[in-house]
Design a protein around this ligand. Structure first.
Ligand SMILES: [Zn+2]
Length: 446
């Protein structure tokens, strides 16, 4: 099957609650897994290894031969995926670094167009980029031949920028690990995974009867395991999807289209009710916490213990929050599906998200503004559904799409009541003006 006709999605599978010693075993594997990742990061995330990451056979072999596996007593089924996992992170780190440098190079006014061509060409070719960073001889790439540039100056700049922006990778969470397909078997409603003793496996009873044959990821939860199974999904092609739609993604209404149709209308209301509930709840918890502190200080330990166990537990609070989140996610997915079925697009145009760096850091209270946190989720799901339905998703720069009048192009005013243009008198919701501007801007570009 050709690669472009399928896409991999994740199906989650959950274990039954597990005995304590099984949970301890899982945590031990996860810890050692993170040690292998950390070892790989430390050795191969520097400039010395840049040209050895793809393919990573040498790195794989070296780490396997390092003696680390025997030292940890970690089965290969966990050890090898840990190396691959780490190498993928290192590659991702380099990818981000190159993006960053690309932006800096574009913005640097001391560089000529030819300088920029040279720098971008070098960054695309890992072997040459690595040679530049290590100050070694290399053959000038074809695209960079004949440019009138000061190569030494540019190489120095590249070395300096790389050194400044190269980040040290650190293992974040130690609550998951991957298992190679050789490291598990499914049997009678359970998965049996490799233990530290050869030929012995650990049983994890499951809640469903799904099976998998590829590498899986095991995430450790409070008293159970969640397994991420990669599943191939066929990409659908819709012969009757022929429209281009322009979407404003908003905080009140999820999608407003330039044709006036709205999907996910109550999203703002839904999440602001939840935001309000959490705000109230947190205020109440802060009050109890203060009283608890006071009881402790005045020596009334018994009262304090009582208060704590009755009111400050996070389990119920988290469960409720989780439930609300799941409900909103179902709503978002349903509305995206509705939009696709009704609008039949073969192309969707939206604006690129505004990068975090450019916006002011949000105040702590707005951390609880749930719609904002759902914005990323909405974009992810839209992007995913576009891929499985063969719909082209175009992201354009948002500049001007918010403040410009979609009718006459003048600078308009935005207020709580909506958008108003003092020039031509056009008044509408901010979202519909935004969607119409996206349409205008996209078609002007072509
Ligand atoms: Zn106007």
């Amino acid at each position: 099957m050709p690669a472009e006709d399928t896409i991999t999605k994740t199906v989650w599978q959950y274990s039954e609650p597990l005995p304590e010693d099984t949970m301890e075993f899982l945590k031990g594997i996860a810890l050692d897994y993170s040690k292998v990742k950390s070892y790989t990061y430390n050795r191969y995330s520097g400039i010395k290894s840049l040209d050895r990451l793809t393919p990573a056979f040498d790195i794989m072999r070296e780490v396997r031969q390092s003696g680390l596996r025997a030292q940890l007593g970690l089965p290969s089924a966990y050890f090898s995926p840990a190396i691959v996992d780490a190498v993928a992170d290192i590659k991702g780190m380099w990818g981000m670094l190159k993006n960053k440098l690309g932006t800096l190079i574009t913005a640097n006014e001391n560089l000529s167009d030819e300088d920029r061509i040279y720098l971008r060409t070098v960054m695309r070719l890992d072997k040459i980029y690595a040679a530049v960073l290590r100050d070694e001889a290399y053959e000038m790439p074809r695209k960079a031949k004949g440019l009138s540039i000061d190569v030494e100056r540019l190489n120095n700049l590249l070395r300096r920028l790389t050194r400044r922006h190269l980040t040290k990778l650190e293992v974040g969470s130690t609550d998951y690990f991957c298992i190679a397909s050789s490291g598990y078997t499914y049997r009678a409603g359970a998965i049996y995974i490799a233990s530290r003793t050869s030929k012995q496996r650990i049983e994890l009873p499951l809640k469903d009867s799904n099976v998998c044959r590829r590498q899986i990821r095991l995430c450790i939860r409070k008293d159970y395991a969640a397994l991420a199974l990669p599943v191939e999904t066929k990409v659908k092609k819709h012969a009757d999807y022929n429209n281009t739609v322009y979407i404003h993604i908003g905080y009140q209404d999820m999608f407003t289209l330039s044709n006036g149709n709205v999907y996910g209308q109550s999203l703002g209301g839904m999440t602001s009710t939840e935001t309000q509930r959490l705000t109230d709840k947190n205020r109440e918890r802060a009050r109890i916490r203060a009283a608890y502190q006071q009881s402790m200080e005045s020596g009334d330990g018994k009262k304090a213990v009582n208060m704590k166990s009755n009111n400050l537990g996070t389990v119920k609070y988290d469960r409720r929050k989780e439930k609300e989140r799941a409900k909103t996610e179902v709503f978002i997915n349903t509305e995206i599906n509705k939009m696709l079925a009704a609008e039949k697009p073969n192309r969707i145009v939206i604006t690129r998200p505004i990068s975090i760096n450019k916006t002011k850091l949000p105040a702590k209270s707005s951390n609880r503004n749930m719609t904002r946190s759902f914005n990323g989720y909405i974009r992810d799901r839209l992007s995913y559904k576009c891929r499985i339905n063969s719909i082209e998703l175009v992201e354009i720069n948002s500049k001007g799409t918010g403040t410009m009048c979609s009718q006459c192009g003048a600078e308009g005013k935005r207020s709580q009541d909506g958008f108003y243009c003092p020039e031509c008198g056009y008044a509408s919701a901010i979202s519909i003006n935004g969607a119409k501007n996206i349409e205008k801007k996209y078609n002007k570009k072509k």
